[in-house]
Design a protein around this ligand. Structure first.
Ligand SMILES: O=C1O[C@H](COP(=O)(O)O)[C@@H](O)[C@H](O)[C@H]1O
Length: 245
């Protein structure tokens, strides 16, 4: 890892643990076992555990592996790190991805909170998400786009400042002007304030491009350049990065 630019930033990077796997299969099972172990520990300590999941193209195999974990899934609340302003059954929604990959097999009995719901405005959806977020997350699974975004916090996004500085766990975002957001500009996203209380943080990434990007992300601390930096600059739990080629 690069030399820290300040004692504070260095301390944050020291709390990043990189788990490297040789193959996608090992990565899938390594990450799934890590999430499952954390949830199991939480269930020993509390009546319910809370799991926040990202969407995108990376995590489906891990979620499918996790769905086979022998956990008391009826005691687990599954919610989303972020969502495109789409209904939960839309094929491009993160909710649909989680439902089809995780909420199957042993995990079919988990309680699932979507961020969007028919007939609900985006402001109402954010208010409901913030109410649910009063229960701190046990495990947060983050992703990172090739532009360095995480959740729905995109570089140069119009209201990135507001989202990064927000004291609310979730905000509505407008990703206009950020090509990484694709056709989905209106979104709901976890903020650093929402990430902070989580007991366990994971970042799931694959491929050479994202490994190079990770090095650049870890070499600085400005979340405006790479919002994915909130994963390790936000005070709280260490970050476990799971990567395979
Ligand atoms: O838009 C999103 O992208 C990120 C990263 O996705 P990936 O396809 O590069 O893995 C994801 O973490 C986020 O939940 C999603 O809404």
């Amino acid at each position: 890892m690069s030399e820290p630019r300040s004692p504070g930033a260095g301390a944050a990077r020291e709390s990043v643990h990189l788990h490297v796997y040789d193959s996608e299969t090992q990565w899938t099972w390594g990450a799934a076992v890590s999430i499952s172990s954390s949830l199991g520990r939480s269930l020993q300590e509390r009546p319910r555990a809370r799991l926040l999941l990202s969407g995108g193209t990376t995590p489906a195999a891990v979620y499918a592996a996790l769905s086979k974990a022998p956990l008391e899934w009826e005691r687990i609340d599954v919610a989303l790190v972020d969502e495109r302003w789409l209904m939960p059954d839309d094929p491009d929604s993160n909710a649909r991805l989680v439902r089809e990959s995780l909420l199957q097999r042993n995990a079919a009995g988990a309680r699932f909170e979507t961020l969007t719901r028919a007939g609900r405005s985006i402001e109402e959806a954010v208010a409901t998400a913030n109410m649910h977020a009063r229960q701190p997350a046990d495990v947060v699974v983050l992703g990172m786009g090739e532009d360095g975004h995480t959740a729905s916090l995109f570089p140069r996004m119009r209201d990135l400042d507001r989202a990064l500085a927000s004291s609310a766990p979730y905000v509505a975002t407008d990703a206009s002007g950020c090509s990484g957001a694709g056709n989905w500009l209106r979104r709901i996203s976890l903020t650093p304030a929402g990430l902070r209380p989580a007991h366990t943080r994971l970042l799931l990434i694959r491929g050479a491009k994202k490994r190079e990007l990770l090095d650049r992300v870890l070499a600085g601390d400005d979340a405006h350049e790479y919002p994915a930096r909130i994963a390790f600059t936000t005070p709280g739990a260490p970050l476990h990065v799971h990567w395979c080629p």
